[in-house]
Design a binder for this molecule. Structure first.
Ligand SMILES: Nc1ncnc2c1ncn2[C@@H]1O[C@H](COP(=O)(O)OP(=O)(O)OP(=O)(O)O)[C@@H](O)[C@H]1O
Length: 491
């Protein structure tokens, strides 16, 4: 288990407008800092000469000139590496509309060098798969959009032909272990980088199709691109499953400021509501000894439950605009990030046994043991006794039971099948009605009393001998037996 607080980074969007006074310092030992220095506005209209400073700490602050490659190397690559090692990872971008969330997470459309975290991470992962022959990797992609608190599958091919409202809604289901499952969200296999990029493209196109003048969903929705990774060593039954969520949240600005109405106002309210619930969850998580975390209040917090205070290594990128008019929103983004930085996650290595592979392995092991046993006993054994073997055992049993000598023994050899058959035979005989039994075959007591009630009975002594024989079975047989039981329990 790896305990780690959520890592926070800040990225300053390039601008050619007049900026507020700000400074970036990455030289500090404890990380980077971003400081805004603002003239203090007084409520009565006077502006005094004192300046107010707002200083925020981050793991690192990326100023305007930092390019996409540097962002990937510093932020996404370490998360991709933990996902390759079998841990869950999340990177989410948070900030006001236009602050560069989509640019950072997906990329810009104009230049190849503007590719964002998703395509670069895919490229990095598939390169790793092709280099690493010690593991077998399989990858699936899902792409979820949450718009007005309703989930949609961006990889649903019906997107093109239907209105958003007519598409099946993605709903949340919770299993008894409180794991979240998303109904109607497809998991598309992607064998290589090209497949994965096509899925990203399909999802982004579907997002844009929904973005009609009526419905400007892109900036108003949260999007979660998830890479589901499964890896195992060739021939091993142990699987590692991990997920990497790359999250582009809707703009975080407050409704009051945007001055909108109608449909946009409804959207803004939903965004505010879901970001408000996100804040509630984050505040609850950063409080010590808080037992109830209100994840269930919104779809986004339910989906990201593991990323926030759960089994995940999570990184947040606070998207900051230093244009004068945006500084107050940027400060609130940074404040939010400071609270997020207090959340501690506990990431677990997601290892599990694949039942089908385990069965194959156990079958092989049983076959090997059978062969070993055949070598030791000099006798090839099938699962069941043959008719001839059964006949031979029953003849032996009759001779044994008829022999008045109390010291007589029954030699069956180290063969559980024969011993079991003897028990079944004796049991069947004991359960027979006395009236149906004949002559020397009659070994049955009266139905109401058992053999162990009559210590003087010869049958009892023989039975005890048989029991002794059973306890002296050699190790190979008991290994074989317990493997059968393990196999049955898996089936
Ligand atoms: N670091 C950057 N370098 C160059 N251009 C950028 C950068 N960041 C953002 N942009 C540009 O700024 C514009 C707005 O960015 P983007 O769409 O990524 O914002 P956003 O935060 O995702 O907004 P929304 O909340 O509306 O989705 C885009 O045209 C984008 O290309």
């Amino acid at each position: 288990m790896v305990k780690q607080t959520i890592q926070i980074f800040a990225r300053v969007k390039p601008t050619n407008k007049t900026t507020a006074v700000y400074s970036v310092d990455n030289e500090e030992q404890s990380g980077g800092s971003l400081e805004f220095i603002l003239p203090r506005d007084l409520a009565d209209g006077f502006i005094n000469n004192k300046r107010e400073s707002y200083r925020f700490r981050f793991q690192k602050v990326f100023d305007q000139t930092v390019n996409q490659e540097e962002i990937f190397e510093a932020i996404a690559k370490p998360v991709a590496d933990t996902v390759l090692a079998g841990y869950n990872g999340t990177i989410f971008a948070y900030g006001q509309t236009g602050s560069g969330k989509t640019f950072t997470i997906t990329g810009g459309p104009e230049r190849y060098s503007d590719r964002g975290i998703i395509p670069r991470t895919l490229s990095y992962l598939y390169q790793h798969f092709s280099r690493d022959s010690s593991m077998v990797y399989t990858t699936h992609i899902s792409y979820l959009e949450i718009y007005n608190e309703v989930g949609y599958d961006l990889l649903d091919p019906r997107h093109e032909a239907s209105n958003l409202e007519d598409l099946p809604k993605v709903t949340i289901m919770e299993d008894p272990e409180q794991n979240i499952h998303l109904k109607n969200l497809s998991l598309q296999p992607s064998a290589n980088e090209e497949d994965a990029l096509n899925l990203l493209f399909l999802g982004d196109t579907n997002r844009m199709i929904a973005e009609t003048p009526m419905n400007q969903a892109s900036t108003r929705s949260h999007c979660i691109f998830t890479i589901h990774l499964c890896s195992r060593e060739p021939g091993s039954a142990t699987l590692r499953r991990s997920k990497l969520h790359l999250v582009d949240l809707a703009g975080s600005e407050r409704v009051g400021k945007t001055g909108v109405g109608g449909q946009t106002l409804t959207e803004a309210k939903y965004i505010n509501l879901s970001l408000h619930y996100l804040e509630q969850v984050i505040t609850a998580l950063s409080e010590k000894n808080r037992s109830h975390i209100p994840y269930r209040n919104s779809m986004m917090t339910s989906v990201l439950r593991d990323s926030l205070g759960g089994n995940c290594m999570t990184t947040m990128i606070a998207m900051v605009s230093v244009d004068k008019r945006n500084v107050d929103e940027s400060i609130s983004t940074c404040r939010f990030a400071q609270r997020v930085a207090m959340i501690k996650n506990e990431a677990l290595l997601n290892e599990e046994l694949d039942p089908s592979l385990l069965i194959i392995r156990l079958k092989k092991e049983i076959q090997g043991l059978k062969e070993e046993l055949a070598m030791v006993t000099g006798e090839q054994r099938s699962d069941d006794l043959t008719q001839e073997e059964i006949q031979r055992i029953e003849d032996q049993l009759k001779v044994f039971l008829d022999d008045p000598d109390p010291e007589v023994t029954l030699e069956l050899g180290p063969d559980m099948r024969k011993i079991q058959h003897c028990f079944s035979f004796l049991k069947a005989r004991l359960r027979e009605e006395p009236s149906t039994q004949k002559g020397a075959d009659d070994i049955s007591p009266r139905p109401s009393s058992s053999l162990t009630d009559r210590p003087d009975s010869q049958a009892n002594r023989e039975l005890l001998k048989l029991k002794d024989m059973l306890t002296q079975r050699d190790n190979e047989i008991s290994i074989l037996h317990s493997n059968y039981i393990a196999l049955l329990s898996v089936v």
